[in-house]
Design a protein around this ligand. Structure first.
Ligand SMILES: *Cc1c(COP(=O)(O)O)cnc(C)c1O
Length: 501
């Protein structure tokens, strides 16, 4: 990246009796004088006078502060030329204009990385969002009657078609879906949950806390490792609103275990006239095993097993935008939609614009691995990723050597394991390949590793890898071949601009 000039310190003054700091202060230009420079005119054209004045003033003030500080410390700073103040202002404006939310390369090996925004939207959804951004839409307008519509009407048809449920609604995320469902169906009543399913997701979503916020009373049953059907039935009483099952998204309980499956729970619940709610978390709409991935219970299977209500995320395995989907019995969905929190947690038009085309992709399951980005990444063949690693190792090594000439790094294709992420199938690993960047062994290894990690993270499109076993691992699963050229070009461009400095 070009480095704009900062007011440059001239060499310590040659004349012994000069007092450069004082002369520097006296020579500080007025903002008006700077505004008259041709470089300022160009900046004003681009950013407007107000903003340019603000930044010119700041650059003069910063210089004044530096001069004063130097003066107090008995150091000497020279006079800087007017152009340098404008260059400082221009650089500050450029920095300010850098978007805070930026595209990065996710080479962490976690496909659905919550910190990196989870699912990438497929092309059809991107196009739909762009179309909805700048035009009025029929978000809540019934085009057939000309009357007022309900935004859920845009997606409840396809959701019930894909899940077999009677009705559906959508809110901002799955945490909201759970909060809303509990508030609407279990306020001041009891919800029976197994002790083995009191999950915490990413620190902020914890079943006991959500339950309390929803005004529902948690009735824990069973033990951490074993819960039996009678544990649920013994807990059912006057105050029971729901039996609830929660997907163990980010952990697995193994060994001497017993859990009550939905199929088993439903007949018991029916006998007592209590509905069963299932928080599936990731909630997939197709059997992933047909794409060579581990099986995950689908929403349709859960509905078919008799669950009265199912909640799941839009941006985990489903591969869509952040959203919380609720499907289930018509009377329960009606209650949920009438609850005041529904209005507070509703989705915007961009979410719906993205969600509809993603759901529609599921009508052609055999085409999903090409069209649904998340599934395309998850189902990439290790051999293909290996070939890519072989292809990239040379150019990436050359670029890194040029960027960090002192570090003696090696870059080698290495087998590794990706994970699905976002609490989907937490114990399953997908064989993949990485570029493994290893510094020469020795005392400075950790420092070298940090240097290369920081360098990649500081690129215009930051490259995010993973440090493990004294190496930086760049898992290539999420670098699709169409992005490969740009990925290498960025490293090479950085090398050239560094060498020009
Ligand atoms: C991920 C998850 C949630 C929260 O979903 P968000 O869409 O992230 O709000 C809730 N419950 C379970 C079981 C989950 O896995």
């Amino acid at each position: 990246m070009p480095v704009h000039g900062t007011p440059v310190d001239s060499q310590p003054s040659a004349t012994p009796d000069a007092v450069p700091s004082r002369s520097g202060l006296a020579a500080l230009p007025s903002v008006d004088r700077l505004l008259a420079l041709p470089q300022s005119a160009a900046l004003i054209e681009l950013h407007g006078r107000t903003r340019v004045v603000t930044h010119l003033r700041r650059s003069v003030e910063a210089r004044r502060a530096a001069l004063n500080e130097a003066l107090q410390a008995g150091r000497e700073l020279g006079v800087s030329d007017d152009g340098a103040f404008v260059a400082t202002a221009a650089a500050a404006i450029e920095r300010e204009d850098q978007p805070r939310l930026r595209a990065v390369y996710n080479l962490t090996g976690t496909v659905l990385h919550t910190n990196l925004g989870r699912a990438l939207l497929p092309d059809a959804a991107v196009a739909s969002v762009i179309a909805a951004l700048g035009a009025p839409t029929n978000l809540e307008f019934d085009l057939s009657s000309g009357g007022r519509g309900d935004r859920d009407d845009l997606i409840d048809g396809i959701l019930t078609e894909l899940t077999g449920a009677e009705a559906a609604t959508v809110v901002n995320n799955n945490a909201a879906a759970v909060l809303l469902s509990l508030s609407a169906l279990a306020y001041r009543r009891e919800v029976v949950v197994s002790r083995g399913e009191l999950v915490e997701i990413g620190g902020a979503f914890r079943i006991p806390d959500i339950m309390a916020r929803a005004g529902a009373r948690l009735r824990e049953v069973g033990t951490t490792n074993r819960t039996h059907p009678t544990d649920y039935t013994d807990a059912i009483g006057e105050r029971t609103a729901l039996l609830m099952k929660v997907h163990c998204s980010n952990y697995a309980i193994s060994g001497f275990t017993r859990a009550v499956e939905v199929q088993e729970l439903v007949p018991l619940a029916r006998q007592h006239g209590v509905p069963v709610a299932v928080d599936l978390g990731s909630g997939t709409l197709v059997d992933m095993s047909r794409y060579g991935l581990p099986h995950e219970t689908t929403v349709a299977e859960t509905v078919a097993a008799g669950a009265d209500l199912v909640t799941f995320s839009g941006d985990k395995l489903l591969g869509g935008p952040q959203a919380g989907l609720i499907v289930g019995r018509r009377d329960l969905i009606r209650k949920i939609k009438k609850h005041p929190l529904k209005r507070a947690l509703r989705v915007g038009k961009l979410t719906l614009a993205a969600l509809e085309p993603v759901l529609k992709l599921y009508r052609s399951p055999e085409l999903l691995p090409q069209r649904l980005t998340t599934l395309r990444l998850l189902s990439r063949a290790p051999a293909e990723i290996h070939a890519q690693a072989e292809r990239l190792a040379g150019p990436v090594a050359a670029a890194l050597h040029a960027l960090l000439p002192g570090e003696a790094l090696t870059v080698a294709p290495m087998p590794c394991h990706s994970q699905i992420g976002s609490g989907a199938l937490p114990v399953d690993r997908l064989p993949s390949y990485a570029l493994c960047v290893t510094p020469a062994s020795g005392k400075r290894r950790a420092r070298a590793l940090q240097a290369v990690e920081r360098l990649l993270r500081g690129l215009p499109r930051p490259v995010i890898g993973r440090i493990a076993n004294d190496a930086l691992w760049l898992d290539l699963r999420c670098l699709e071949s169409e992005h490969e050229t740009a990925f290498v070009a960025q490293l090479q461009a950085t090398t050239q601009s560094e060498s020009r400095r």
